[in-house]
Design a protein around this ligand. Structure first.
Ligand SMILES: Nc1ncnc2c1ncn2[C@@H]1O[C@H](COP(=O)(O)OP(=O)(O)O)[C@@H](O)[C@H]1O
Ligand SMILES: O=C(O)C1=C[C@@H](OP(=O)(O)O)[C@@H](O)[C@H](O)C1
Ligand SMILES: [Mg+2]
Length: 198
């Protein structure tokens, strides 16, 4: 990146941080959308702390996500997810990557929408499927036909993800470019909001 590009990028990040104040920025969307990896880059750009709800649950339980699903079951995982997100949202200006099911929970969704700016990272099934196929750490996809399972989850969840404040397409470009798209989309959203408030 040349110097004017870096300076522009920095300026946009600073503008966003200023408009956000202490509000957390939360990424929601399907498994494989890039919430964890794009979220980390986004936080670095904004010079803000990054947390991932799955990682926080793993730390608290001292178990991996597949172990939690296997030994305790999904309802207990979801209860932990709700608790962790409520705790993390109290952190000033945090960038939070959620697990794909977190926004589906009515209570957690209301909390996120009330406390944070929510961003849906949206991607096509081909992109999602290719990305989730790289690792076998997603218990919900351990089915006879994982692609069909992913499609079913998309059908069920997309109307709910659409309730996020901002939608950003998780394109097939480097994660840093997607992080840049998030900065621009959230900035436009907050500018629109500030205009309609004032
Ligand atoms: N824009 C991208 N280009 C290429 N690979 C990506 C991109 N975004 C995410 N990935 C890869 O896809 C996989 C899933 O990403 P991850 O951030 O874990 O998604 P999520 O947290 O939404 O499930 C990871 O291997 C990640 O490196
Ligand atoms: O979509 C879901 O219900 C899940 C998504 C996963 O997180 P990612 O979306 O980060 O893969 C993880 O929370 C768990 O396997 C369940
Ligand atoms: Mg993730």
């Amino acid at each position: 990146m040349n110097r004017p590009d870096a300076a522009l990028r920095q300026a946009r990040a600073e503008q966003l941080v200023e408009r956000l104040g202490g509000r957390p920025l939360v990424l929601v969307g399907m498994m494989g959308a890039g919430k964890t990896t794009v979220g980390r880059r986004l936080a670095a750009r904004l010079n803000r702390n990054f947390l991932d709800s799955d990682e926080e649950i793993e730390k608290a339980a001292q178990m991996t996500i597949p172990e939690i699903f296997e030994q305790r079951g999904e309802p207990e995982f979801r209860a932990g997810e709700t608790r962790v997100i409520a705790r993390v949202l109290k952190e000033y200006g945090v960038v939070l990557a959620t697990g794909g099911g977190a926004f589906v929970n009515l209570e957690t969704r209301a909390l996120m929408k009330g406390e944070a700016v929510t961003v849906w990272l949206k991607a096509e099934i081909d992109i999602l499927f290719e990305r989730v196929s790289r690792r076998s750490n997603r218990p919900l996809l351990k089915t006879a036909n994982p692609r069909a399972t992913l499609q079913k989850l998309i059908d069920d969840r997309y109307p709910i993800y659409a309730e996020a404040d901002v939608t950003v397409i998780s394109r097939d470009v480097p994660q840093d470019a997607v992080a840049g798209d998030v900065v621009e989309a959230v900035l436009s959203y907050l500018k629109r909001q500030d205009r309609s408030d004032g």
